[in-house]
Design a protein around this ligand. Structure first.
Ligand SMILES: O=C(O)CCC(=O)C1=CC=C[C@@H](O)[C@@H]1C(=O)O
Ligand SMILES: [Mg+2]
Length: 336
């Protein structure tokens, strides 16, 4: 196993209630198996995953063995590291069997496309409205707006401006845990017609989120990373679970978690953690296994100023075409 660090700046840093995401640093994981090279990506994002140092240590432990199960065991407790190692082995296995990753992960039939949302960071009302109009012009139908970085009144003014400028847009909002219970209740009453409010309260707050569900649809993201999908489902804390493969320990675990959530009546949505191309594309495959899904947060490639390789799954008309070649579909070698 080979582990190589990388660092990628965002083209346009994303402002959220938890600060600004401006750079993604991670590790490329390469394994040779069955005569094929498999490539995985571990891109930790503190708040969702282990730290970069913990990720590096786990990958060092994993690299000490060539046995898949031992390497995965070395990554327990380090979800980004486990993501990288499990993806490298799954990519090699799918290539060896000459099938796309999503078939390797358990999809029964061919899946062509996964619908995606645009992600719109915090900005003043006019800028937010212009960005939403712009993404509709690019073919998106659904926009996820970051909220909670300013007062609720200001966020409602942003939503009003968006609805005036882009009345056809389907909207969701993501507060990244910025609100207290009173603000969250007022927000749910004031946001109007949105698909859901994502992570209104700090994670995990499962009982508190369950209590908010009579006011509107709740999606949980950081709470899923903190408490796990099963705990979120068992406590009736969410209508929607936001599944970030990087935070869940891999695309294999994401598929399993999505199936369990759906069986319990909770809708899964797959998103990236502003990952580089290997993990982003793998998340598209995970979404393909779970399809049909609501619009997923996978359209984050353009957020990066540069990437590790050409994107085999670009966004067109509000959807991503699922790569149908063998493996993950990213053509190496990576370029930095
Ligand atoms: O879900 C999306 O539309 C894209 C991904 C995304 O919004 C996020 C990725 C990583 C960290 C966060 O800032 C953010 C989120 O909270 O969902
Ligand atoms: Mg979120």
């Amino acid at each position: 196993m080979n582990v190589e660090p990388f660092s990628l700046p965002l083209a346009d840093p994303v402002d959220t209630a938890r600060g600004t995401v401006s750079e993604r640093r991670g590790f490329l994981v390469t394994v040779e198996r069955d005569g094929e090279t498999g490539v995985g990506e571990a891109t930790p994002l503190p708040g969702w995953t282990e730290s970069r140092e913990a990720c590096r240590s786990a990958l060092e432990r994993a690299a000490a063995t060539d046995a898949r199960d031992e390497a995965l065991a070395a990554c327990e407790g380090a979800p980004a590291a486990r993501h990288g190692v499990s993806l490298a082995f799954a990519d090699a296995a799918a290539r060896a069997r000459e099938r796309p990753l999503y078939r390797q992960l358990g999809a029964d039939g061919r899946v062509e496309r996964v619908p995606v949302n645009a992600t719109v960071g915090d900005a003043d009302p006019a800028t937010t409205a212009a960005r939403v109009r712009g993404v509709l012009g690019d073919g998106f139908r659904t926009a996820k707006l970051k909220v909670g970085a300013r007062s609720l009144a200001d966020d409602i003014a942003r939503l009003d401006a968006v609805r005036a400028a882009a009345p056809d847009a389907a909207l969701r909002v993501d507060a990244n845990g910025a609100w207290d219970r009173g603000t969250a209740r007022r927000a749910l009453d004031a946001v109007g017609d949105v698909e859901y409010v994502e992570q209104p309260l700090a994670a995990p707050s499962l009982g508190e989120h369950a209590a908010l569900r009579d006011r509107g649809r709740i999606a949980l993201d950081e709470s899923v990373a903190a408490a796990g999908v099963d705990e979120v489902v068992a406590t009736d804390a969410a209508d929607v679970v936001v599944l970030k493969p990087m935070a869940l320990g891999g695309v294999d675990r994401t598929v399993d978690a999505g199936r369990r959530a759906r069986a319990a009546g909770v809708e899964p949505v797959v998103t990236t953690a502003f990952d580089a191309v290997y993990a982003r594309t793998a998340a598209v495959h995970a979404a393909a296994v779970l399809a049909p899904l609501p619009a997923c947060g996978l359209a984050t490639g353009d957020a990066l100023a540069r990437d590790l390789a050409a994107d085999p799954a670009p966004v067109a008309d509000g959807a991503i075409a699922v790569p149908q070649g063998k493996g993950n579909g990213v053509a190496g070698p990576h370029v930095e």
